[in-house]
Design a protein around this ligand. Structure first.
Ligand code: SF4
Length: 360
């Protein structure tokens, strides 16, 4: 049985470094999409092993970082309703909306609870039948299946005091939007291995062919990442494009079909604004009409009072790969993990937090 140590062996790392050095003849710019990959790259210093001229950009692969502030405002407004128990993933509670965050809302008296899974929210709903339990459902296609499972279970078990505030986002349309950005310098992508575990490789293969770039599905250990980078660079050097799978121990071409079937039954695809990136066509999910009764936005009215405030935070440019976090004037001074100004410093998967921890 293989262990993570097998994918961190120094001899293999050095072999890949040497292979890349021999393969590369000109500068290339790659973007890793996933925040987990960004952390591994910085933690192990992998970007410093690449041939001269090969640059890694850190993409929008941190789900709480890209959750629109309007969604957080809405979750906060619901959390202040006395009959509501607001639940979400722990990381999400610290991310500010227009003016404040869910954790501060809890300090003001809102019943806000951090959960590991939306299925826990179902249990809370059963334990508190006199309350309305709302789960603020965020994240990529990796967490969307568990949300779909929870609401399907709620319907099957006739739990009527449970609902969802859905802001799930879809990664492939965001990758395409980044390619189409006129400022884009992306020559190739390292696609997120865990998203591909669910969605497979067909969707990104279509994008790769539409835009004639290589996209390599990559894991999270040093050998995974360097192997993915090597494959991507090899394709660029040979003028080839398409999607490749460098994470075969976890990802099948077709993905997780039962999870995809469940998601299709529960969600519809919609245009959705990503924080820092703006409106992404087909960039998110909402509940399908069959699950409308479980939609918190239908069940509870909301009158937005606060405009979306502009701030000095440049996380939008960080998420697009326009700047590295340490080029933001606030990095490490007025913005730290203890006092974050932007979502990319709040989240454990955010690029700014990764730079602070490993390059601070
Ligand atoms: S360092 Fe802080 S202020 Fe600057 S982009 Fe990152 S999160 Fe925003």
């Amino acid at each position: 049985m293989t262990t993570p140590r097998d994918f961190r062996q120094p001899a293999l790392v050095l072999n890949l470094r040497e292979a890349m050095a021999q393969r590369v003849t000109r500068p290339w710019t790659l973007m890793e999409v996933c925040g987990g990959q960004t952390h591994s790259i910085l933690r192990y210093g992998l970007d410093r092993l690449l041939p001269e001229g090969v640059e890694l950009l850190h993409g929008p692969g941190c789900p709480v970082c890209v959750t629109p502030s309007e969604g957080i405002d809405r979750a906060i407004a619901l959390a202040l309703e006395p009959q509501i128990i607001m639940t979400s993933f722990g990381d999400m509670l610290r991310v500010r909306g227009s003016t404040t965050d869910l954790l501060s809302t809890r300090a003001e008296g809102g019943d806000v609870r951090a959960l590991l899974s939306p299925l826990e929210a179902l249990r809370i709903a059963e334990e508190h039948p006199q309350k309305e339990v709302v789960f603020f459902a965020v994240g990529f296609e990796t967490t969307a299946p568990s949300t779909a499972m929870a609401v399907s279970e709620a319907k099957r078990r006739k739990i009527h005091n449970f609902s969802l505030l859905v802001r799930h986002v879809r990664v492939a349309p965001a990758m395409e939007a980044l390619i189409l950005d006129p400022r884009s310098r992306i020559d190739g992508f390292l696609a997120a291995g865990h998203v591909a575990t669910v969605m497979g490789t067909r969707e990104i293969n279509d994008i790769a062919h539409r835009h004639q770039i290589p996209i390599v599905v990559t894991g999270f250990e040093p050998i995974d990442l360097l192997g993915g980078i090597y494959q991507c660079l090899s394709h660029l050097e040979e003028g080839r494009y398409g999607a490749m799978n460098a994470y075969r121990r976890a990802v099948k071409e077709e993905g997780n079909l039962p999870a995809q079937t469940l998601m299709k039954a529960v969600f519809d695809v919609i245009d959705l604004p990503w924080r820092g990136l703006g409106m992404i066509p087909n960039g998110g999910y909402c509940l399908s009409p069959a699950f409308r009764d479980y939609d918190a936005e239908v069940r509870f009215s909301w009158d937005p009072q606060q405009p979306d405030l502009q701030s000095a935070c440049r996380s939008g440019d960080v998420l697009r790969g326009i700047i590295k976090p340490d080029l933001c004037p606030a990095f490490g001074t007025s913005c730290t993990p203890e006092h974050p100004l932007g979502a990319t410093m709040v989240s454990g998967e955010g690029a700014c937090a990764a730079y602070f921890h490993y390059r601070g």
